[in-house]
Design a protein around this ligand. Structure first.
Ligand SMILES: NC(=O)c1ccc[n+]([C@@H]2O[C@H](COP(=O)([O-])OP(=O)(O)OC[C@H]3O[C@@H](n4cnc5c(N)ncnc54)[C@H](O)[C@@H]3O)[C@@H](O)[C@H]2O)c1
Length: 295
């Protein structure tokens, strides 16, 4: 989406960190911003700060892991602004430990927020964008872990970010032409993510302070303002992958090389093997079903 002026964007997890800085970067382009966050007071504070950039803002409390609240968020955004053009599915949490020792309840929480939360946003806003019919853009926040950097001591966080890439990659092929899809894949960024467990519900282990080691690690991350601007620049260019940390390329190359070597050694391509291409098979089945319906 090249011209962001007077468009309306909803940013989940918009009260702090990457979401807040996406909001600030959008304001520089003249985009009005809905700051949606589980933390109401912080969302209001951030909405006021973004409004100083000369755009209209709205703060909405929303837990993205609850479908009915995501539906209410959409309702509030549309009734306030009459149209919405961009959704940044950015809210996310981190937690866990070694795969052998983590408890299941915490992992359900990670999936509820990072995967179901993203899907609820895609579904609710995607349906509305389809009905609205005007150019719209869904931007999901993945991470370097979406691209193959394994986060030791955070296997399930890594898994949720792989899932965000999988959902985004299928979504972009399923949505109508008026909707674009991107995935933002940052490496480490200086934010409050290390302390995400402060908002963990009782059902998933309850609130807990993040670890001082994680705080130290994140303090050495990239400047969050840079990520906000890069996210918005990626939307303007219409890129699917929005990448920010150049060193991640090495992991992508290593993973690709390992997979390609496995194919070379175990399943080299032979003429005719395309008959197992699942997408080609689905296309043929759908064409056959269409012909049957017409006859
Ligand atoms: N900081 C990093 O190094 C980094 C790197 C790659 C990806 N990410 C991703 O970026 C996104 C934003 O994280 P951040 O680093 O800005 O952290 P952050 O903690 O500063 O911001 C996350 C925001 O999400 C909100 N939030 C948490 N749970 C929520 C829920 N259930 N519903 C609605 N809002 C909720 C929090 O209140 C907070 O305002 C996350 O998806 C994270 O996984 C972060």
């Amino acid at each position: 989406m090249q011209d962001l002026k007077d468009k309306v964007a909803v940013v989940t997890g918009g009260a702090s960190g990457i979401g807040k800085n996406i909001g600030l970067a959008l304001a520089e382009k003249g985009t009005h911003v809905v700051v949606a966050d589980i933390e109401q007071a912080r969302a209001e504070e951030t909405a006021q700060e973004i409004a100083q950039g000369g755009v209209q803002t709205l703060a909405v409390q929303c837990d993205v892991s609850d479908l009915s609240l995501v539906e209410k968020l959409a309702e509030r955004a549309w009734s306030h602004f009459e149209h919405v053009d961009l959704l940044f599915n950015n809210a996310g949490v981190v937690g866990g430990g070694s795969l052998l020792d983590t408890t299941a309840s915490e992992l359900y929480w990670l999936f509820n927020v990072n995967v179901f939360g993203v899907w609820y946003g895609c579904k609710v806003f995607g349906q509305r964008f389809r009905n609205q019919g005007t150019p719209a853009h869904i931007i999901n926040t993945g991470s370097e872990h979406s691209l193959g950097v394994p986060h030791v001591q955070a296997g399930f966080y890594t898994a949720t970010k792989h899932a965000v890439l999988a959902l985004s990659d299928v979504l972009r092929r399923e949505v109508p032409d008026n909707i674009s899809v991107s995935i933002l894949c940052p490496g480490i960024v200086k934010t409050d993510l290390w302390n995400a467990t402060r908002n963990r519900p009782e059902a998933f282990g309850g609130p807990e302070d993040g670890s001082p080691q994680a705080q130290l690690l994140m303090a050495a991350g990239m400047d969050v303002r840079e990520i906000g601007r890069q996210a918005v620049a990626g939307v303007e260019r219409g890129d699917f992958y929005i990448v920010t940390h150049s060193h991640v390329r090495k992991s992508v190359e290593e993973r690709s090389a390992e997979i390609l070597a496995a194919f070379d050694g175990q399943a080299p391509y032979n003429e005719g093997d395309d008959k197992y291409d699942v997408n080609a098979m689905i296309e043929q089945l759908m064409a056959a079903a269409q012909t049957t319906r017409q006859n």
